[in-house]
Write a protein that binds this ligand. Sequence first.
Ligand SMILES: Nc1ncnc2c1ncn2[C@@H]1O[C@H](COP(=O)(O)OP(=O)(O)O)[C@@H](O)[C@H]1O
Ligand SMILES: [Mg+2]
Length: 303
Amino acid sequence: MGKHNLSKNSRKVWAIGGGKGGIGKTLFTANLGVGLAKMGKEVIVVDSDLGGANLHTLLSIKYVKHNLNDYLNNICKIDEVIMPTSIEGLNLISGANGVLGAANPYFLQKIKIINCFKNLKADYIIVDLGAGSSYNVLDFFNAADEKIVIACPEPTSIQNVYGFLKSAIYRKLSRTFSHNPQLKELITYATNPKNGKRVETINELSQCIYDVDKTSHEIFKKTLNDYRPSIIMNMLKNKGEQNSAQGLNLVAKRFLDLEINYLGFLQADPLIPESVKAMTPFMKMRRSEERRVGKECRSRWSP
Ligand SMILES: Nc1ncnc2c1ncn2[C@@H]1O[C@H](COP(=O)(O)OP(=O)(O)O)[C@@H](O)[C@H]1O
Ligand SMILES: [Mg+2]
């Protein structure tokens, strides 16, 4: 394990989510980690996909001695789970690939993992989330200081990201009021599609909560206000495809009262699948390597 400087950075845990599989979460996590490490930061990338870990493969690590599951089961300390990679400053914590039952830790175990991440000595902890909107994924996403979703320009991916953010914000609200059965029930009711659209938007839910209790309403508004996810568009074939993020923004504003921060995009590039096959993050490739692989790709794809 490399040296870690105790960091006072209060926004150091970043989660990379987005609902759907195959949209580039793992790829982005690995390359963001490489990029930050190259800038001299101490970075730990975390594969929190407890059921289907593959971040280590992207970072050319073939053998994982200890994973998060060992830490949860008190088989080892968290320090023993942190593995160095071939990149200076970049370390990895692996999920629990293939361990039966590990894909569904109890809430207290999740809290243990999340608190542990926050206390790790590094500048940035980047958590690659699994696919879907299970409570596991949502709880890790909500606990992060920076919440980043990845989307592709296809309508299904945009729809998926919207569904993911909706589940995440309602989960956050539900946990915020977990001690208050009346409000919890109201929040569950608001997410039920069979409620006859009587509470269709989060603003309508806000009004209902205001009618029940003014103090809780203040907390509700603050929770919403503090909830600022960001988005990265991936696999763009042209710049115009960025517009699909704006459509998502409008819907999220109207129904969830959410402002989504647009961070930028990655274009669809044949070099990327090649870098995955080579088990080398493209941010690590040397120019000569990039040119060679790029040339091979072009000769294969061009007529
Ligand atoms: N910008 C891109 N251009 C081309 N291919 C990409 C791009 N981003 C991702 N891919 C391809 O998509 C595959 C799935 O990416 P991955 O990061 O594993 O998705 P996820 O973690 O969301 O399931 C990668 O193996 C890669 O080949
Ligand atoms: Mg993945």
